[in-house]
Design a protein around this ligand. Structure first.
Ligand SMILES: Cc1cc2nc3c(=O)[nH]c(=O)nc-3n(C[C@H](O)[C@H](O)[C@H](O)COP(=O)(O)OP(=O)(O)OC[C@H]3O[C@@H](n4cnc5c(N)ncnc54)[C@H](O)[C@@H]3O)c2cc1C
Length: 444
């Protein structure tokens, strides 16, 4: 229950209610609170960052803004129906739930959409990464942050050509990169000496690393210190609608009695990750967001600090990466269209381990695999690869969701854009590509 001071706050006409305590909700909570807007953050979990923002790859990646529906994705997805180990896998049972979204996903894989969205995403990812660094310094946050850069590993000449094409396109917008031969790559990252089948890499010095869960926990506390209120362990049952406008939220009542239902009134920011479409649907809003399941495996690497990889290592074709995260190593990957299932499949963890063993065989033998922490989370994937940030088209409802595989990278920038739009200011970068209104029209 709210205490008296909190009750008063919840009566405030200009209260903002943020649904979701993951990366997008917490950054929105901080940004709005820091601008003196009274806010309450609500999450069903007992602590912030317990769903998709819990154990992600930790990469702040302006270098990887390309959506996953790249040209040719249709063929890969079809083939994945028959391959249980496909890095990006479509489960046949999910086809009925993916019909409208899936057509849009495939339509946007055409080269002209793919390139335009990649450029827009780069602007947001770059802006957001720099804002994350600024926030870290301003608040003196500690979340195992580092700025070593990414090595995008290449396995064939065709891969190198496509990686160079994308990098050159983004270099025109400010992306810094270096093409490395096999020898140059080993000079930069000696831990790859025994790696099999790698012909070289692209090096992106502007990418960073950080533990998203630690970041969310610290930032949420910073928002509370500025007067924000958190209601954790509290599930939103639905949006409160009056005269066609959203005027608050209805909470799930622990005692189950309809007449005791608690309501909080205020404008609403929907930052509920893969839960956003369900909350928006009764308003007639069909948010183009579906879950894409990914895995991570985190290992203690304290004893290997001198010999472990120094960079983020990304294999784009296999959708797998390795992150040196403080004194841990995290291996992550896969994208499965498997509905809302978050079970951790041991088979997928074995695949992550196999990848590591082929890439870093010497190191693999020195890690405690039994003690590793396996995890699975659901990326909120939008149909065209762009997040939805701003006014929903329904009065009183704002969106900050659908950030897919780059929600950590884009979170701080997205929250700033949202706050600017809510305050009637011009965002610091072009925000039109992320307009929810445009995304909803595109889907119709
Ligand atoms: C394996 C993996 C690796 C990744 N690696 C990276 C990476 O290296 N870099 C990067 O930038 N991104 C990465 N991502 C993506 C990133 O983690 C996500 O984009 C991001 O976590 C999404 O945050 P979110 O706030 O939208 O969703 P979430 O973190 O899921 O937060 C949504 C919150 O809403 C709450 N909620 C939903 N419905 C309700 C309701 N009705 N009532 C109350 N609360 C509700 C949930 O409890 C949840 O806490 C990765 C993702 C995965 C799965």
């Amino acid at each position: 229950m709210l205490n008296v001071a909190q009750m008063k706050a919840s009566m405030t006409a200009d209260l903002t209610i943020i649904i979701g305590g993951g990366l997008l909700g917490v950054t929105s909570f901080y940004e709005l609170t820091a601008r003196d807007m009274p806010c309450v953050l609500i999450d069903a979990e007992p602590q912030v960052a317990r769903r998709t923002s819990y154990a992600n790859g930790g990469g702040l990646h302006p270098s990887l803004p390309d959506p996953w529906n790249n040209p040719g994705i249709g063929r890969h997805l079809f083939a994945s129906l028959f391959n249980p180990n496909a890095p990006m896998k479509l489960h046949a049972g999910q086809l009925p739930h993916l019909i409208g979204w899936g057509f849009s996903f495939l339509r946007h894989s055409a080269r002209r959409h793919y390139d335009a969205i990649t450029k827009a995403n780069f602007d947001l990812a770059e802006y957001s990464t720099r804002q994350t660094e600024a926030l870290q310094q301003f608040l003196n946050l500690d979340y195992a942050q580092a700025a070593p850069g990414t090595l995008k590993l290449l396995r064939s000449e065709a891969e190198r050509q496509e990686a160079l094409r994308l990098a050159d396109m983004l270099a025109a917008k400010g992306l810094d990169y270096e093409a490395l031969s096999h020898a140059d790559m080993l000079a930069r990252e000696p831990s790859l000496a025994a790696a099999k089948d790698i012909i070289g890499a692209l090096y992106f010095p502007g990418d960073g690393i950080g533990d998203a869960r630690l970041f969310c926990e610290s930032l949420a506390q910073a928002a509370v210190a500025r007067g924000g209120i958190m209601r954790l362990g509290t599930k939103v049952k639905g949006l409160l609608v009056e005269g066609g406008a959203v005027v608050g939220v209805r909470l799930v009542n622990p005692n189950g009695r309809q007449q005791d239902e608690e309501q909080i009134r205020g404008k609403v920011v929907l930052a509920a990750g893969v839960g956003a479409p369900q909350l928006a649907r009764p308003l007639g809003l069909n948010l183009p967001i579906r879950p894409a399941k990914g895995y991570s495996l985190t290992l203690d690497a304290r004893h290997l600090v001198a010999v472990r990889p120094q960079h983020l290592l990304v294999d784009p074709m296999q959708h797998i990466a390795i992150t040196p995260l403080g004194d841990r190593l995290r291996i992550l990957g896969m994208a499965e269209f498997a509905g809302f299932d978050t079970r951790v499949e041991p088979r997928r963890l074995r695949q992550l381990r196999g990848f590591f063993e082929r890439l870093l065989p010497d190191l693999a033998g020195r890690l405690d695999w039994q003690g590793g922490a396996g995890w699975a989370g659901l990326r909120p994937m939008s149909a065209d690869g762009r997040p939805l940030i701003g006014a929903s088209g329904v009065d009183g409802l704002w969106l900050n969701c659908g950030h897919g595989h780059l929600g950590w990278t884009k979170s701080v920038g997205s929250a700033r854009i949202l706050a600017d739009i809510m305050q009637g200011r011009a965002p610091e970068i072009e925000a039109a590509p992320f307009s929810p209104d445009a995304a909803l029209r595109r889907l119709r």
